[in-house]
Write a protein that binds this ligand. Structure first.
Ligand code: ADP
Length: 400
């Protein structure tokens, strides 16, 4: 049984092909520059990378090209061997969990195009096309919000009129679900403690902190939309909506323009002028005041949620860093963990400085384990897709 997990951009399609018998990644690949006359179609399997330049006028053509390439490479016996395509979908009105993609699901996602403007529109467009053009392949949407269904009302509700919550779904949905689910399950396994209390810090282009107990989400820093929580590379993070009237008057911009600024030109980019944390760190090292301030704001925001979740969980067994920043920025990890000895948290500077891959970085005196852990969102989506399609592995298939 083979499942493709897809990552969609407006002009790109990337995938990993899983054999669900042993959850092995058989191949990864994709198509870039979809819609241009020179689309790049690439596949990596068995230690080899093949690439061809070809025209893929849309996502459906791109998927067909990829399936053919996988068949040529013998990763699939034929395109029909593919059981389903799974998508790490972000947000839908009144809907969460894992869903077979149909008109109802697409309409619910489309209804939140403006709530998740960077994520939903390219997914809806491409998934609608694939559903029409490749009807033979089941499509599954595994929503980022699904992992957070276990969050209690006290952590989930904004203090707003109840009918806004009930009729319009305005609440802290939480996102990054596949990543936090993986980190929660993996850490629980590593600690050998089923009820482990874990604080997962997924810090990357998009960042969030999650409180997890017994592999279940208890709170997430992302709220109604993926623009909330800690500042992101270019999205604002938590923000007081009563700043809007002042901004509308002061800038002369429309509400749509201000929201576009908050979703694309705010966050670390807004404060520092740089989109990538590596550039901000480099500028801060040269004493750039804006860059230094952006780093301070980011660290303070992560610590704000870390503190809240230490209280919520009544301590933690482990704090885990993942995502491009969490896995790679020695300075951010050190700053986030600084001066927490009262909470039993102490980072080992030497281990932190050289850490790579799945490894511990806590000092001998730390009561809380500190980990760096590459996340594996695709594996979670593959499992969910497989389960949603009611696909069962027989013993014969497992033995292959
Ligand atoms: P996304 O949220 O888009 O999936 P990633 O998790 O891949 O993003 O994280 C991307 C970010 O990670 C980059 O914008 C960059 O800021 C940061 N990053 C990657 N490598 C490093 C590094 N060596 N040092 C500091 N930051 C890094």
């Amino acid at each position: 049984m083979k499942v493709l997990v897809a990552n969609l951009g407006s002009t790109s399609f990337k995938y990993r092909l899983f054999d669900m018998a042993d959850e092995r990644v058989l191949a990864r690949g994709g198509v870039e520059r979809i819609g241009s006359t020179e689309s790049k179609c690439f596949v990596e399997a068995g230690g080899r990378r093949d690439e061809l330049t070809i025209q893929a006028k849309n996502h459906a053509v791109a998927v067909r090209l990829c399936l053919q390439q996988l068949t040529d490479k013998k990763c699939l016996q034929s395109p029909k061997e593919l059981a389903a395509i799974g998508f790490k979908a972000v947000h839908a009105q009144g809907m969460t969990g894992v869903q077979r993609v149909d008109d109802r699901v697409l309409a619910a996602m489309e209804a939140y195009n403006d709530v998740a403007p960077a994520h939903n529109p390219p997914y809806v467009t491409a998934m609608r096309l694939l559903a029409t053009e490749l009807p033979e392949i089941p499509l599954v949407a595994a929503f980022e919000t699904g992992f957070h269904e276990t969050i209690a009302p006290a952590e989930k509700l904004y203090a707003i009129p109840m009918d806004w919550i009930e009729k319009h779904g305005v609440k802290r949905w939480g996102f990054h679900g596949a990543s936090h689910r993986y980190i929660g399950e993996r850490t629980t396994t590593l600690l050998g403690k089923p009820d482990a209390k874990v604080i997962s810090c997924h810090l990357g282009g998009s960042s969030s902190v999650c409180a997890i107990a017994g592999s279940k989400s208890r709170a997430n820093s992302l709220g109604m939309s993926p623009q909330s929580g800690v500042p992101h590379n270019n999205r604002v993070g938590d923000f007081d909506v009563f700043a809007l009237p002042a901004l509308l008057r002061g800038t002369g911009k429309t509400l749509e323009q201000i929201l576009d600024d908050l979703a694309n030109r705010a966050g670390l980019l807004g404060l520092s002028g740089f989109n990538d944390l590596r550039d901000i760190e480099a500028a801060a090292a040269k004493d750039d005041a804006c860059a230094k301030r952006a780093l301070e704001v980011f660290v303070a925001a992560v610590r704000h949620y870390l503190g809240a979740y230490l209280l919520l969980l009544n301590g933690a067994d482990a704090i885990v860093f993942t995502g491009g920043i969490g896995e790679n920025s020695v300075a951010m990890r050190a700053a986030i963990c600084a001066n927490l000895d009262w909470h039993g948290i102490a980072i080992d500077p030497q281990r932190n400085a050289v850490a790579k891959g799945e490894t511990r970085i806590d000092a001998a005196s730390s009561r809380v384990q500190l980990w760096i852990m590459p996340t594996n969102e695709e594996l979670i989506v593959a499992r969910q897709t497989f389960a949603a399609c009611g696909l069962a592995i027989t013993d014969g298939q497992r033995e292959r």
